[in-house]
Design a protein around this ligand. Structure first.
Ligand code: TA6
Length: 301
């Protein structure tokens, strides 16, 4: 993998007036996008979409004011990439939660501007550190289009001669007016595992949040809508290649226990994650690939 400094990245990939590389939060190398459709920001570490704001709209993604922005530390907000496992490692609690993709150094592969927005593509290949955590060859590519709609596409290729199985999530944090005043539609009647209560349940009606909520909705390909009367908008989360949707809000007690999460910040966020979480893991045969895509847009209500 070739590691370029900001000057080299701008020489090779900047798009004048649309896309440039500059230090971001904590001085982390970051891509700044500003085009006729939207503004956005992506931190190169973790290929982490941090900001998305369509023209004329409030910011769509949420990030904690207390987030760490440091080499190797997860960022609290935006769209963390959870791969090659979602949540705690299934057998080894010493391995990093949500895998290693979100804290790895990704390589810029290309940038382009088009009629629907400005895009960037990044790649991740195995390193001795990743092979120690997950002993498989892989090739990841992330394509992000910042436009009237945000398109995030994680392409997983298996170049090896053995199949591998992974779980994953585009762990999207969304900004809302007041979490207790929103409803989430699209998951009605879906089975889910309630990680707070530790039991399998089935969704009745729209999702409403009034306490710690941590649910893995299984076997669902549905588009979800976050209805937010307080902001006069609906955030629409469509997806491809995903059979799980995760809904999370830590609420007060858990937020207080998290050093990178303000005690009251839970009120203005909700995660609706585009995932393949257990038992919806994905097996990729040798030479094959899988694509996980989230399509995020805003509509007035
Ligand atoms: O997606 C929900 C979840 O798995 C929660 O259980 C909570 O742990 C959240 O992810 C955040 O995980 P993180 O490792 O980023 O603190």
């Amino acid at each position: 993998m070739e590691t370029l400094n900001l000057e080299e990245l701008n020489q090779r990939y900047a798009l004048p007036g649309l896309l440039r590389f500059a230090p971001g939060p904590g001085g982390l190398p970051t891509v700044h996008i500003s085009d006729p459709h939207a503004q956005g920001m992506l931190v190169l570490q973790g290929a982490h979409v941090l900001q998305f704001q369509p023209r004329g709209q409030q910011p769509v993604l949420w990030a904690s004011q207390h987030s760490f922005y440091a080499p190797g530390r997860p960022i609290r907000g935006g769209i963390p990439l959870c791969w090659p496992w979602f949540g705690a490692h299934p057998t080894d609690a010493t391995k990093p939660g949500h895998g290693f993709a979100r804290t790895s150094a990704w390589e810029v592969l290309g940038t382009s501007a088009g009629p629907t927005g400005t895009s960037i593509e990044l790649g991740l290949l195995p390193t001795p550190a990743t092979l120690a955590l997950w002993p498989h060859p892989f090739s990841l590519r992330l394509r992000v289009l910042f436009g009237a709609q945000l398109e995030v596409e994680l392409h997983v290729h298996n170049p090896g001669d053995q199949a591998f199985t992974f779980s994953a999530a585009l762990h999207s944090y969304f900004a809302v007016s007041q979490v207790s005043a929103i409803t989430i539609t699209g998951l009605e009647e879906s089975p889910y595992f309630d990680k707070v209560g530790g039991a399998p349940l089935r969704q009745e009606g729209p999702v409403q949040i009034s306490a710690e909520t941590d649910r893995v909705y299984q076997d669902t390909t549905a588009e979800c809508h976050i209805e937010d009367p307080g902001l006069g908008r609906r955030i629409c989360v469509a997806k491809q290649g995903s059979r799980s949707t995760v809904v999370w809000n830590p609420w007060a007690a858990k937020a207080t226990r998290m050093e990178d999460f303000g005690d009251e910040e839970y009120r203005q966020m909700v995660c609706v994650e585009t995932a393949n979480a257990p038992p919806d893991q994905v097996t990729v045969p040798p030479g094959s690939a899988h694509c996980l895509q989230a399509l995020i847009r805003v509509e007035p209500i």
